[in-house]
Design a protein around this ligand. Structure first.
Ligand SMILES: [Zn+2]
Length: 177
């Protein structure tokens, strides 16, 4: 059902105040010096990289900075589970079974490549909440933390939602199909 083990599942939340900031080059291409085989860190295409950077303006300074660090480190990646029902519904997630410090974004979402969804920033703020909750954990520990029981999973989701909500400063876009 869930081969990668993505923590995900989002509900829409209302608007929250915060500290939006503008980075010097929010729509810049990834630096050529960082490209490998023509791809940006994380295996992203230039326009996918741009889409992630464009979300900084809807994140708190702290989360924008963290997301930028992850992006440059190649810890924001693409996945495509479009062939499965789960994959089409999954917008993005943290692969806690293998890399609880990475965020995967679904290129095969039902609405298209999710990097280009108006929900990208909102969803990334939620996934950053998961990364925060998994901080310092091995994959095994993160898996136990997230999957131990239905209750702990629910608690973990709620925690990630709360953290993400706190750091998202724009209006939450409606859920995609
Ligand atoms: Zn989640």
């Amino acid at each position: 059902m869930d081969p990668i083990g993505l923590s995900g599942g989002l509900k829409p939340y209302g608007k929250k105040g915060g500290d939006p900031i503008n980075f010097g080059d929010p729509f810049g291409l990834c630096p050529d010096s960082l490209k490998k085989g023509g791809e940006c860190p994380g295996g992203l295409k230039d326009d996918e990289w741009d889409a992630v950077e464009a979300t900084y303006s809807c994140l708190s300074t702290e989360f924008a900075s963290r997301l930028q660090s992850m992006l440059y480190a190649g810890d924001v990646r693409a996945f495509d589970l479009g062939a499965s029902e789960l994959g089409r519904r999954t917008e993005a997630g943290v692969p806690y079974r293998s890399a609880p410090d990475q965020i995967f974004v679904n290129r095969g979402h039902a609405s298209g490549n999710f990097f280009f969804s108006p929900r990208l920033g909102f969803v990334l703020s939620h996934e950053l909440g998961h990364v925060e909750l998994f901080k310092g954990m091995t994959p095994a520990q993160a898996t136990a933390s997230y999957e131990k029981s239905a209750a702990s999973r629910t608690v973990h989701e709620a925690g990630a939602a709360l953290i993400g909500q706190t750091h998202y400063t724009c209006s939450a876009p409606p859920r995609m199909p």
